[in-house]
Design a protein around this ligand. Structure first.
Ligand code: ME8
Length: 673
């Protein structure tokens, strides 16, 4: 029976559209899944969307939609994007699906029946952004994970006896060093667990967007218990259906659960504890990668510094993005994304590297040998260089396999491309084009050897690179006359398998060179996207509106006849989304006396807002202050900085601006209406 391999991505929150940070994990998992299939493993690759909880409920509200409408829409965007990118997931789970809800309730019952759940009252802080209970800090304190202000929660909840799993968890980390990778993350988790675990609240009772607790529907199940359970519900845990139960028996425990480093605690502490409490095996390995940074900070919707995948697909295609992310970023560490680096890498390694090797080799075989793989000639025409290429290919196959299995994608690709460089040099040194002009037997047989050697090396790099750049390699493989690359058994790859005399397919370039403007084009596509379809131009600093928005700031439709002149209707007012925000950081904008750059927390996200209040407020005085934000104003650029929203202030004629505020405490994110 073939080995099985079950691999998962995190399920992504649907509070925002997918960006290349999400694509990064999905691509890495897709490459692993494709490689496992080529190695003959019965592979199951799962991804999906995380759709419950307060953060999503608020995001839906902000979008003026019901949570179900909102989650349907955004989840479909994730699914469509993965499809467009050729991601080979075997299932896509949504936590709002009935199958998931029923099975999560089953898990909850099991934890309760096994005596790991009790009722209590949670009084403390909660970070809605991370959906995280933050113990041991006071009201208004920032979340230790993301720095956003926490909200005070006091509610009756169900608790999970996490504290009783401390020793079993430590034992797990000690006995199975591969359970958490890389080592740095393992050390962090171990010291967190050693410092003591508190019981964990696993239900909420002050909102309803979640899965009801069985027999007590006033409560909804804590979103992280709901979300983590997807890894087992998708493959049939808790189902009464025989087929589903068999799938669960077959695939669980997962072989690899890949995540970003910010969700290590949920996956390496809570998740194994839940599984132990349900008497289920824990996953074999959880691998945490670093962050993709853009403009020096973590790419995230709340910072407004995201890059959309679609832009790159439109200009360079999915293979370019896949290759770049896995080659450029050292897996496990943070890595910067830039369009310039993407285009440079694409041209150097794909267009001029593999693409050029494929087209020059295959074109010469077509021209000089009527498109049939030539026979390498008798010993007499062999040179040392031929054997050296074969030797280097053997080494590359061995090293690449080890590196791929350790998820060192960047090193694995570097090693594979060393073969591309070796063959390029071999071709240049041997000048096959000069031999092609001669008809004597010695020249013909030398030419045959050179082109055979090049084509065989090309075949080997193509097979090794297939999991990372599936589309181009499938085309090169077909051009080599080898059929469907997905059927090639990778574990049998070795030098000398190229079929002699095989007829090449149609030869055509796979990676056209990107011109100089490609990076700029992508950059401007992103900028256009960020500024939406807004026609509002950045205004000069002096006319920056800092007071309550008027019809000039937010375009409104013509009022209906029943509204007297100069007034707006209640419907018009409802279009303006005013929200309570809390200033997290504030600083002067260089070279602009009147402007401050603020980061304002809106509960579901942190926005950058540029406001003309520098003459009225010292930046330090604003930190922690609650303000009113026009949250649905189209983004604008001021002094090169994007402003996402407007801060509301009274601006007396000739006087200083005074920020609107509240006498009572109001939760961050609350809408004003
Ligand atoms: O955390 N760099 O969902 P999420 C690298 N729903 N990876 C990034 C990234 C970046 N800048 N941004 C996102 C959640 N990711 C929960 C998970 S699982 C049971 C529940 C990737 O939408 C990375 O894999 O915030 C990260 O862990 C994940 O997306 C977070 O996605």
């Amino acid at each position: 029976m073939s080995k099985k391999f079950y691999i998962t991505t995190p399920i992504y929150y649907v509070n925002a559209r997918p960006h290349i940070g999400h694509a990064y994990t999905t691509i890495a998992c897709d490459a692993v899944a494709r490689r496992q299939r080529m190695l003959g493993a019965d592979t199951f690759f799962l991804t999906g969307t995380d759709e419950h909880g307060q953060k999503i409920e608020r995001a839906a509200q902000a979008a003026g939609k019901t949570p179900q409408e909102f989650t349907d829409e955004v989840s479909a965007q994730f699914r469509a994007l993965w499809k467009r990118m050729g991601i080979t997931n075997d299932d896509f789970i949504r936590t709002t699906e009935d199958r998931h809800k029923r099975r999560v309730q089953e898990l909850f019952r099991r934890l309760r029946d096994n005596g790991h759940i009790y009722k209590g009252t949670y009084t403390g802080q909660y970070c809605v952004f991370d959906e995280l209970y933050v113990d041991a800090v006071g009201p208004g304190a920032p979340c230790p994970e993301c720095g956003r202000p926490t909200e005070t929660v006091k509610e009756e909840n169900y608790f999970f006896k996490l504290s009783s799993f401390q020793n079993r968890l430590l034992q797990l980390y000690n006995e199975r060093p591969d359970f958490i990778r890389p080592e740095t993350r393992r050390n962090e988790v171990m010291s967190f667990v050693r410092s003591g675990l508190r019981d964990l609240s696993i239900s909420r009772s002050t909102f309803s967007w979640g899965i009801p607790v069985p027999d007590d529907p006033k409560h909804v199940i804590y979103v992280w218990l709901d979300a983590l359970a997807n890894y087992i519900t998708a493959i049939g845990y808790g189902s009464s259906h025989e087929g589903a139960r068999e799938a669960f028996q077959k695939y669980w425990p997962a072989d690899l659960q890949m995540i970003g480093k910010e969700i290590v605690r949920f996956h390496c502490v809570y998740w194994p504890a839940f599984l132990m409490a349900a008497e289920l095996p824990v996953p074999k390995s959880i691998v945490a990668h670093g962050w993709l940074l853009f403009e020096e900070s973590k790419m995230s919707k709340s910072r407004g510094n995201i890059v959309r995948t679609e832009t790159i697909l439109d200009v360079l295609g999915a293979d370019a993005l896949r290759y770049f992310l896995l080659r450029e970023v050292v897996f496990g560490q943070d890595g910067s994304f830039s369009f310039d680096a993407l285009v440079q890498r694409y041209n150097a390694d794909l267009a001029n590297g593999l693409g050029n090797l494929a087209s020059r080799t295959l074109t010469m075989i077509t021209r000089y040998f009527r498109g049939e793989v030539p026979y390498p000639s008798a010993v007499v025409s062999q040179r040392a260089g031929d054997g050296a290429v074969a030797e280097s290919a053997r080494r590359v196959i061995a090293e690449c396999s080890v590196l791929f299995d350790q998820y060192q994608f960047s090193r694995a690709l570097e090693v594979a491309w060393s073969l591309v460089a070796a063959v390029d040099k071999y071709i240049v040194d041997n000048e096959p084009w000069a031999l092609g002009e001669k008809q004597d037997e010695e020249s013909r047989s030398r030419l045959a050897t050179i082109l055979y050697t090049s084509a065989e090396a090309l075949r080997i790099v193509t097979a090794l690179a297939h999991p990372v750049i599936p589309d181009a390699t499938a085309r090169i493989w077909a051009q080599l006359g080898l059929g469907d690359i997905r059927k090639f058994p990778l574990s049998e790859l070795k030098w000398g398998q190229l079929q002699l005399g095989a007829k090449l397919g149609n030869v055509e370039p796979v990676f056209p060179r990107a011109d100089k403007s490609a990076a700029e084009r992508m950059q401007s596509m992103e900028e256009q996207q960020r500024s939406g379809s807004s026609t509002i131009e950045a205004q000069p600093e002096t006319t920056l509106p800092i007071a309550a928005p008027t019809a000039a700031a937010v375009p409104v439709e013509k009022p209906p006849a029943s509204v007297p002149d100069g007034k707006i209707s209640i419907d018009d007012f409802a279009k303006i989304e005013l929200r309570v925000g809390q200033v997290r950081t504030a600083e002067k904008v260089k070279g602009a006396d009147k402007l401050l750059r603020l980061e304002v927390d809106l509960g579901t996200e942190v926005r950058q807002v540029v406001a003309g209040i520098a003459e009225s407020y010292a930046p330090e005085s604003l930190i922690g202050r609650k303000v009113v934000i026009v949250a649905n104003l189209a983004p604008r650029k001021l002094r090169g900085l994007e402003s996402n929203g407007m801060i509301v202030a009274a601006s007396p004629e000739g006087g200083k601006a005074v920020l609107a505020g509240f006498l009572e405490d109001v939760p961050v994110g609350t809408r004003l209406k």
